[in-house]
Design a protein around this ligand. Structure first.
Ligand SMILES: [Fe+2]
Length: 264
């Protein structure tokens, strides 16, 4: 019996870019070793991904000194090149909001993305509790010159409560939103699925990402694009969430947008 063909991206000219992906080995709950990391990167490449931003957890139980991450990413890049995987690696972090006050501007910048004038950080939306601490940390980042990309807002009970009130507030303050492909597929439960589909269906997401962790949580962008189409997006817009959308965030960044001035 013939094995099924490897899924191809709908548009070969526009490759996928992953903005949230646990690919650094041995630092968090992502791949345990370099061998698993290479296998994971290869799976992403077969899906049509050419760029992966590695985003290890920066929070108390994992990495607390983000300055160590660029060197670790360098080791990964060398191994991927040696294995001819064909993935471009950028280094960042999935920043716990409680870490913002603990880290220097220099430490934050070591895991920020985007051009000099519009550096931004991927900050993890907390799963439980009210969103006040998250909003305060996002405001602190903006006040220190960094834009904010919210990691999986749909998984945060505090941000989605009250008809996505906290999500809309972050958008109003200038944050961009990254929705997990797995959420759209129901992998994180019914409430994140509902919230994620509402965010994507309303055109509020800047990107979808796999938030891959290993063979147990693999790359999902092909299925994520299909799920975004299922949310009501035109095919091109759905594909853009996994390709041009994240690529443009890397290129142009996220300005530390402030609330718009009220005209007299
Ligand atoms: Fe993550």
């Amino acid at each position: 019996m013939k094995s099924p063909p490897i899924a191809k991206t709908p548009c070969k000219a526009m490759h996928f870019t992953e903005l949230h992906f646990h690919l650094l080995p041995g630092v968090d709950d992502g791949p345990a070793d370099m061998e698993e990391a290479v296998e994971l990167a290869r799976t992403a490449r077969e899906e049509g991904t050419r760029t992966i931003v590695v985003t290890p957890h920066v929070r108390a139980e994992y990495v607390t000194d983000p300055a160590e991450l660029p060197d670790r990413a360098g080791s990964l890049r060398r191994e991927l090149a040696r294995e001819d995987v064909g993935i471009e690696v950028h280094v960042a972090a999935e920043l716990g909001h409680e870490m913002v006050a603990e880290l220097s501007d220099e430490a934050l910048d070591s895991v920020a993305l985007g051009p000099t004038a519009a550096r931004f950080l991927l900050m993890e939306a907390p799963f439980f509790g009210p969103a006040d601490g998250f909003h305060a940390a996002a405001e602190e980042l903006r006040s220190r010159g960094f834009g904010v990309l919210v990691a999986h807002p749909e998984r945060s009970a505090g941000l989605v409560a009250g008809g996505l009130a906290g999500v809309l507030e972050e958008l109003r303050r200038g944050s961009r939103l990254q929705v997990n492909a797995g959420s759209l597929l129901g992998a994180h439960g019914s409430e994140p699925a509902q919230a994620g589909r509402a965010i994507v269906g309303a055109g509020l997401a800047a990107a979808i990402a796999s938030d891959a962790h290993g063979t147990h949580r693999p790359p999902l962008l092909t299925r994520g694009v299909e799920a975004a189409i299922g949310c009501g997006l035109p095919s091109g817009s759905a594909h853009r969430l996994a390709s041009a959308g994240p690529a443009e965030l890397l290129l142009r960044g996220v300005p530390e947008a402030r609330l718009p001035a009220v005209s007299a």
